[in-house]
Design a binder for this molecule. Structure first.
Ligand SMILES: C[S@@+](CC[C@H](N)C(=O)[O-])C[C@H]1O[C@@H](n2cnc3c(N)ncnc32)[C@H](O)[C@@H]1O
Length: 185
């Protein structure tokens, strides 16, 4: 049995504190709605925007989060279009859980170019002390490309403007990895 936490569990532990006072939260890849549900349950005063490009994913998320539907806006579109939908900036927390929708086609997934372009936009919209968390999956080909690109992208971020940390189980091959980005004042 694994008792050391994986990337998603660590992400949720870290997010719990920052969600307490968050007003604007984005689930950039809502999928089956598990992360959106977690965000809704743990952010007492936030408005949440949940994005996914797949109608089935948005529908799954709606079903998963029914008790919280009044605080969530569900958007079937790419997270790269975030500015089209969100006028009330800055963003407190943005969560990316990359890859493909579990139980659906593995041909539809996040892609390196769009992910990096969206991060460029999202970090401009982020408030001081705001958080972007990214769970990346190097265990499949595009996921590995995306993970390596993210390592380079985040390494190059100005340390006076952003603090970046990574967490990954070290002795598991290609384990999911958590990237945590905090915007500095
Ligand atoms: C690993 S799943 C997300 C899991 C989800 N957070 C959950 O808790 O069930 C990744 C999701 O990203 C979505 N996706 C891929 N590219 C996207 C994009 N450009 N914008 C928004 N969602 C995207 C996929 O359709 C898929 O549902």
């Amino acid at each position: 049995m694994q008792t050391i936490s994986n990337a998603i569990q660590i992400n949720h532990c870290l997010l719990k504190t920052v969600l307490q006072n968050a007003k604007l939260v984005i689930d950039a890849t809502c999928g089956n709605g598990l992360d959106t549900l977690f965000l809704a349950e743990n952010s007492p005063v936030a408005k949440i925007y949940a994005f996914d490009i797949q109608p089935a994913a948005v529908e799954n998320t709606k079903q998963q989060t029914l008790p919280y539907k009044n605080k969530i806006t569900y958007i079937c579109d790419s997270h790269s279009n975030v500015k089209k939908y969100i006028k009330q900036i800055p963003i407190d927390v943005a969560v990316f859980n990359l890859g493909y929708l579990p139980g659906a086609s593995h041909l539809i997934m996040t892609h390196t170019k769009t992910t990096l372009e969206t991060l460029d936009i999202m970090r401009q919209l982020l408030k001081t002390n705001g958080i972007i968390s990214i769970t990346a999956y190097p265990g499949h080909t595009e996921g590995k490309r995306e993970y390596n690109a993210l390592l380079n992208y985040t390494k190059a971020m100005d340390k006076h403007t952003y603090t970046v940390g990574w967490y990954q189980l070290h002795n598991h091959i290609d384990a999911p990895a958590l990237c945590w980005i905090e915007k500095q004042g």
